[in-house]
Design a protein around this ligand. Structure first.
Ligand code: BYC
Length: 476
């Protein structure tokens, strides 16, 4: 187990002080990161004390140390899981050879692209969420938002370290560019679609942390298998932090549904108007938000048939999540059969080389994981005596990347006419009226032990603290 070095400007467990030019380069980037945080990070609250967890070592006991911190003073640093001696490549064409401690020349540009794409999402999400503090439903939720934000900032550090340490000058240039692109910027947007979608309300925030952070989990799991050992070790540690972000999403949606059910029971009605008049969010609206964020997040896995993913797998750069669960780690001659799109625009069974299906395999593992929450929420609804079922739309619905991009498909997965699609799409996604209603609920609640009326109070605090603890001391 490696303790982090907190004496240095940049906390790290990579012996940064022994590589002076790397240390200098990162110390040069650090004030730029801090400027970016001040300009693009959480709006307001920078002077408030927030009950945050910070990593002090990468082992089970030390990676989460809790205490009140002002966000700009958070100790962003570089932490990699410990090295496994004699680790060998375990998938693709080079099985059994030692993993790489340096970037092989042949794979330099593809590895850099993977790292830049991953790195780009981290600050993007902080930018997307920057206004949410103004409408937090409770101090507990405000603290969770900031915890997610500082850790996404740390995940950016994780990728920037790799770029600086292993990619020379172009790595340094890419690290600068990660602070220059901005979410939603018309001229210089973030790389992947979902990270340019605005997140201006907490329903979207919980959906994003449930669905989009879960994409993060699956992409990180794939990169945690990489034969480029520093990338694998970095992603392994990021995954420990990522779990909390998804938990914020899952418990947030659960509390929202719980509040709706409580209101329905009080009213003895499932009338949408009555629920809304009572200040709760009807389940139909929640379904439309699920449709939006799930379909958007599916695009983040790339195309169903992808030569990029085949190359990344063959070369041992990016594996499948939990690669060891599969029997064949080469997949050189195996095939994958799935429902694809025929030239006549109909759904037809197709068989492709397994390696070209790696994006789709990862997406399927993700969908199965998403379903766990849905099952839990539906149990809650059923227990309250209502016959409404929340559903994930088909993976073919509203896609912008891959074989289903631009194909008119309904949430059940059926190809329909363009006319029908255009007429109905509005009813499957949050409408302007829905958004206005949701925005009307977004009022800041910062009194200790109080929660906004549209969401149930949390039933567990952070780190065994009381739910009513003052998680953020606001500076007036
Ligand atoms: N939007 O062969 P294809 C997270 C591009 S989230 C725009 O289908 P490939 C987080 C693609 O770049 C996880 N463009 O896909 C969550 C390619 O462009 P080129 C982020 C897209 O390359 C919450 C072309 O389409 N992790 O961590 O196999 C908060 C055809 O590509 C999109 C990663 O991204 C899109 N959605 O795979 C904070 C992991 N999808 O080459 C953080 C690293 C595809 O033709 N990235 N394209 O110019 C990758 O593994 C891969 O780049 C992708 C795409 C999975 C994204």
């Amino acid at each position: 187990m490696t303790n982090l070095n907190y004496q240095e400007k940049i906390p790290n467990n990579v012996d940064l002080s022994t590589d002076l030019s790397l240390q200098r380069a990162l110390e040069h980037w650090q004030p730029k990161f801090k400027n970016w945080w001040t300009e693009m990070g959480p709006e307001g609250f920078q002077a408030s004390d927030v009950y945050l967890r910070t990593a002090t070592s990468v082992d089970a006991d030390g990676w989460a140390t809790y205490g009140k911190v002002k966000m700009p003073e958070y100790r962003w640093g570089i932490f990699l899981n410990d090295k496994v001696e004699d680790r060998k490549i375990h998938f693709g064409d080079n099985i059994g050879k030692p993993v790489w401690q340096q970037v092989p020349g042949d794979y330099r540009s593809i590895l850099r692209r993977l790292i830049v794409t991953q790195g780009d999402t981290e600050p993007a999400s902080v930018e997307q969420q920057r206004e949410l503090g103004k409408t937090c439903p409770s101090l507990f939720d405000l603290r969770n938002l900031f915890q997610v934000n500082v850790e996404e900032g740390r995940h950016l550090w994780a990728m920037v370290y790799l770029l600086h340490a292993y990619f020379g000058r172009d790595g340094r240039e890419e690290a600068e560019a990660l602070l220059e692109r901005n979410s939603g910027d018309v001229d210089n947007p973030r790389i992947l679609g979902t990270f340019n979608e605005p997140i201006t309300d907490w329903v979207s925030f919980f959906m994003f942390t449930y669905f989009t952070d879960r994409d993060g989990k699956y992409q990180l799991k794939s990169l945690a298998e990489s034969s480029f050992d520093p990338l694998a070790r970095t992603c392994q540690f990021m995954l420990t932090e990522e779990a909390h972000h998804m938990q914020v999403g899952e418990t947030g949606i659960t509390r929202m549904i719980q509040r709706t059910l409580d209101v329905m029971n009080e009213l003895k009605s499932d009338s949408i108007d009555a629920i809304r008049n009572a200040g709760a969010i009807d389940l139909q609206t929640i379904q439309r938000y699920i449709n939006f964020w799930f379909s958007s997040s599916l695009d983040l896995f790339g195309s169903e048939i992808s030569s990029n993913s085949a190359t990344a797998f063959a070369n041992g750069l990016k594996g499948r999540p939990d690669e060891m669960r599969y029997e064949d780690h080469s997949e050189k001659n195996s095939t994958f059969t799935f429902d694809g799109l025929s030239l006549e625009n109909t759904i037809e069974t197709q068989t492709i080389p397994m390696r070209n299906a790696m994006n789709e395999i990862t997406r399927r593992a993700y969908v199965t994981d998403c379903e766990v929450g849905l099952k839990r929420w539906n149990r809650l609804i059923k227990k309250s005596g209502y016959n409404i079922e929340l559903k994930l739309p088909s993976t073919r619905f509203r896609r912008n990347i891959g074989i289903w991009a631009g194909v008119d498909v309904n949430p059940e997965g059926k190809i329909i006419s363009k006319n029908e699609y255009e007429n109905k799409l509005g009813s499957w996604l949050p409408s302007e009226i829905d958004k206005e209603f949701i925005n009307s609920l977004m009022v800041q609640v910062t009194e200790v032990n109080k929660t906004a009326g549209w969401i149930a109070a949390p039933n567990r605090g952070i780190n065994n603290m009381d739910t009513g603890y003052e998680y953020v001391n606001l500076k007036k």
